[in-house]
Every structure is written in C-alpha cells, then in structure tokens.
Design a protein around this ligand. Sequence first.
Ligand code: AMP
Length: 225
Amino acid sequence: MGETNHGPVRLIVFGRQGAGKGTQAARLSERFGIPHISTGDMLREAVREGTDFGKQAKEYMDAGQLLPDDVMLGLVSERLARPDTERGWLLDGFPRTAGQAADLQRLVPEGGITAAINLEVPEDVVVERISSRRVCTECGTIYSTNDESARSGTCEKCGGEVVQRDDDTEEAVRERLATYNEQTAPLLDHFDAQGLLATVDGVGDPDDVASRVNVALDPSLPHPQ
Ligand code: AMP
C-alpha cells in the first residue's frame, strides 16, 4: 500500500548505471503511490514498438550516447502532464544534463521537488553488476543472472521474456559511465546547493539500501495533510 496522506512527493533518483536506480525507484514509487517514470524504460518501449522515433532512439542507446535534450524534454513534459502525476512522481534517468535540469526546473512549480536521491556505488562494482543484469522485456523487472527468472528466461512476475539489454555490452557501458561522470555527476552539486540532495550508500543488499534511502528521505518528506 502506498502512503497517501501527504502532499505531492516529487523525487529524482540519481546514480551511475547499475547503481540500483531502477530497483530502488520501483520500491519508492510503491511506497508513495506515485508513478515511476524511467526515461530509459520509455525509450525501450518505443524501440520495442518499432516506431521511427524508436529506431532513432535505439542508435543512440546502443552506442551508449544520450539523446538530444529537446527530444527528452518533449518526452518528459508530455509524461508529467498526465493525470496520474497529481500526487507526485519519481524520475529515474532524468535529468542527465545541465540543460535537462534547467528544463525540469521550468516544468515543476517553485519549490516543487521533494528530494533528489544519489545512490553512491563505486565504478568497479557497477561494471560487475551490469554484466550480470537481466531485464524483463514486458514489465521491466530487473534480475541478476543468479535469479531463477534470469536462468529460465521467463519473468516470475508477468511471464515476459527476460533478456540482457542491448546496451549492457562492455563498450556501451564504458561510454555510459564516462557520460555519467562528465554530464550527470555535476548536476548533483546543483541539487545539493538547493538542499535537496540525499546521498545514500548503494552497495549491498537491495533491502538494506532501501532502508538507508527511507532514513535519508525522512527529513525531506512533506508533512501529513
Ligand atoms: P537508462 O535505462 O536510464 O540507463 O537509459 C538507457 C539509455 O536511454 C541511455 O544510455 C540513453 O541512451 C537513453 N536515455 C535515457 N534517459 C535519457 C536522458 N534523460 N537523456 C538522454 N538520453 C537518455
């Protein structure tokens, strides 16, 4: 059950690829009853649908490169305008550049962002995690190669196919990590300066990380209504 007796909760989850953003974001979205908006998942859906947009997006994604800011702004502004965002939202994978952070600030009312969570995981740990990461093509649940759903190739939640992401190759991962360090990591200072950043140690069991996230978030949460 989500917690519902509070004002809008608008969260951003940061962390390099493989830091556990998707896993923690899914839990937070359930806790607060807010949509988990993953730009990567939205783009992968467009790729699966085989639209012209999806085909163009795939070229960037497979190369481990970011799509242009104006394209991402179109995608995110349309998504944040939907009615299910009334009680808040959780952004996973956006913003990723200074331009996107400025765009987001324009889309959200003044003082409207509740907190930004930074899942801190060293680079060598994420490289290891990404190489064993598998994902359900239907519901997006993330598995590791040790999980039965990854071994069987069938998602235990929805029966969808469980595969390795096309952009989880070593070369694309290196490119994405470099892009994160150059373009996304500097945004953390921007949110820190506004008193919004909660940095959490993302190493270890997902349940332990989730507890740390909840503790770090507590002071930022809006008061019950
Ligand atoms: P993710 O699942 O968040 O790692 O995203 C997978 C890929 O989608 C990235 O490597 C980019 O190619 C693209 N992508 C996702 N979010 C963004 C964004 N905010 N800006 C630009 N490209 C993005």
